[in-house]
Design a protein around this ligand. Sequence first.
Ligand code: SF4
Length: 412
Amino acid sequence: MGQHQPEHQGESRTDSVRRRFLKLGLAAGAGAAAIGGGVLGYLTTRRDEAEDTARPRPDGPPLDGAEPPESAEIGDGVRESAWFRDAGDGTLECTLCPHSCRIEPGQRGMCRVRMNRDGAGHTLVYGTPALVQTDPVERKPYFHFLPGRRALSISTAGCPLKCSFCEVWDMALVDPEEVQTYDLPPKRIVEHAQANQVDAVSYAFGEPVAFYEYVYDTASLAREAGMRNLVHTSGYIAEEPLAALIDKLDAVNLDIKSIDPEFYRRRCGGELSVVQNTARRLKRSEVHIEVTNLVIPTLNDGDDSIRGLARWIVDELGPDTPLHLARFYPLYQLRNLPPTPVSTLEKARQIARDAGVRYVYIARVDGHEAEDTYCPSCGEMVIDRLGFVIEEMRLEDGKCPGCGTPIPGRWA
Ligand code: SF4
């Protein structure tokens, strides 16, 4: 049975409705603009903002000596990788993700950023991010992990999946030569993070599996420097490299795009079971997990689809795993579909809660009451958010101030 979560206990329905309209009014005004454009990190995303996100956008102190060149050139980010094995006749098999690409000399794998160069396996995006920016962790999105803290995000070209609804297709689904990049090896990323006085380095917006070696080395240095490491990923990775990386990570937001295996095959070019295995492996670790599901009209927004996903999360990851139901906006290969109606997201949220997920958020509808965190026992609002901004933190030592129920998360 799902948890009953009365909304805004202590407020009359009129107060609750008024509050919601007030928040929506704020969001429609300066709020959204102040927070900035967003894609996988979310706010009231507009299409023009979504398309903007794949461009280099430094935030904070200047990146001295790391200005993006006029155009990227292959060679800038080339680094030999251990995640290949000999497949005979000069061919290499990449062991980083379950596609197990067999790559002939001079050729690249499906993700476009891993190459057989004269019989040796290489990554092409080591230290060459196409995106560098600083945001609140809420934008990654994490709602139960270091609320209000900031992280430096990096991402490169490349992805093992080919989602028809990819929101960063002009960065993730292109060759590395097609995006402008910075020359920022791991040490410089950590220095830049320290200069920005952030608490974490975030590997997000694109697909961290595609720049695994860069993630691994940066995360190692960031950990030594006392920073956390956050990953937002599709989870399309083989077991061995995941196991090698997992101890470096503090939090993962895992995209589960649908609970339907056929959806993954047709719309993403991958297997749902791989993502499920990644989720289970993360669950057995110390890593904090949140899940994001992009709700796409007509494709994965059916009641059974949402219910199936929610039940799987409850059974495999636990009812306290935060679930972010993100609004779809038309782009890339799905420009024919409308944005997800807010009513669809609200219905999906109710279905997920009825299935037992205790913390279900609606993403990219700024000012919606489902941006806030509520106590599952008494319904009291315990974290008040507007977009990525914490408006009021009411938790006391991680507990509901109304009834004392512990709210799971890492709050400090
Ligand atoms: S990481 Fe890239 S090259 Fe390696 S198996 Fe996956 S898609 Fe192929």
